[in-house]
Design a protein around this ligand. Structure first.
Ligand code: NDP
Length: 280
């Protein structure tokens, strides 16, 4: 069990990824973004999750550069994820999108590059592109996002490389047990997006009760539940205090009864689109 903010999971290719990182969805370019990334690095975060569609890779890159210098750490100590957007899914277009993301971020390589959504008829060509980037040593790990079991099965029929990661919506109201079991079986690391259900869980009575018992916040309990379930997590905040709070989840442990109680909150409820029904 992870004991420290910099503790990692190990992918099937041996690459290590921190269990907890910073998300930056909906954070616009500007000082708030740069400062959030810098604050996270200063506090010991070593993983940042962005995407081409967030339109903030330049600011994330600036935050990384300034944050690394300030914290006195090397690029190799950091884990950076980005994602190819739907409009760029295709062999050549995905490779071009990867280079464009690197350019904006000002990085030589990414640690993880994901197919953002499983657009029917397009993700296999994009996967071939990711495999090429991986085999050429341009990216350390490749994966997918928002893939249901059937998308993974379909991809893996033709894939040379099994995805290292599947990043999906995952929180106490959407526990995705079957998907997680499938991922565990195939050595695919499950990663939670919207782990805090975009703030919608903070008033939940069960979570409040468990949080009070541990002298922790609801956010901390939910993030701890991710870790104890073997799920990588990337809560988003731009507030320095919350960035710190979200990382203080390595000094307590939920009991089996508590994790099961949280598991039982599942309602298959999404804040984002269902990967079987999206129109973008
Ligand atoms: P989260 O579940 O991380 O919730 C973020 C919200 O919770 C923000 O409004 C934030 O506000 C608030 N918050 C954060 N920490 C606390 C806290 N300790 N106490 C109270 N409120 C808090 O939602 P996201 O949708 O941002 O998901 C996380 C990350 O996952 C994204 O940033 C992105 O990187 C990734 N993602 C990936 C998707 C995909 O399709 N692959 C889709 C969606 C997200 P504030 O900033 O004001 O603190």
């Amino acid at each position: 069990m992870a004991k420290h903010l910099q503790d990692t999971t190990i992918f099937h290719n041996g690459v290590k990824m921190p269990w907890l990182g910073l998300g930056v969805f909906k954070v616009q370019e500007g000082p708030e973004l740069v400062n959030a990334v810098k604050a996270a690095l200063a506090q010991g975060y070593r993983s940042v999750d962005t995407a081409a569609i967030y339109d903030n890779e330049a600011g994330v890159g600036q935050g990384i550069r300034e944050g690394l210098t300030k914290a006195g750490i090397a690029r190799e100590e950091l884990f950076v994820t980005s994602k190819v957007w739907n409009a760029d899914l295709g062999y050549e277009s995905t490779i071009a999108a990867y280079e464009a993301s690197l350019g904006k971020l000002g990085l030589e390589y990414l640690d993880l590059y994901l197919i953002h959504w499983p657009v029917a008829g397009k993700y296999k060509e994009a996967w071939r592109a990711l495999e090429t980037l991986y085999k050429k040593g341009r990216v350390r790990a490749i994966g997918v996002s928002n893939f249901h079991i059937h998308h993974l099965e379909d991809l893996m029929k033709d894939a040379e490389i099994i995805p290292m990661v599947n990043q999906v919506e995952y929180h106490p109201r959407l526990t995705q047990k079957d998907l997680q079991a499938f991922c565990v079986k195939h050595g695919i690391q499950l990663e939670a997006w919207s782990p805090l259900m975009q703030g919608q869980l903070l008033d939940d009575q069960v979570l409040k009760e468990i949080a009070a018992k541990h002298g922790k916040s609801v956010a901390q309990v939910v993030l701890r539940w991710d870790l104890q379930n073997g799920v990588v997590t990337i809560p988003k905040s731009t507030k320095e205090q919350r960035i710190a709070e979200n990382a203080e989840v390595f000094d307590f442990e939920l009991t089996k009864e508590e994790t099961e109680r949280i598991d039982s909150m599942n309602e298959n409820l999404r804040v984002g689109p269902d990967p079987d029904h999206f129109d973008f």
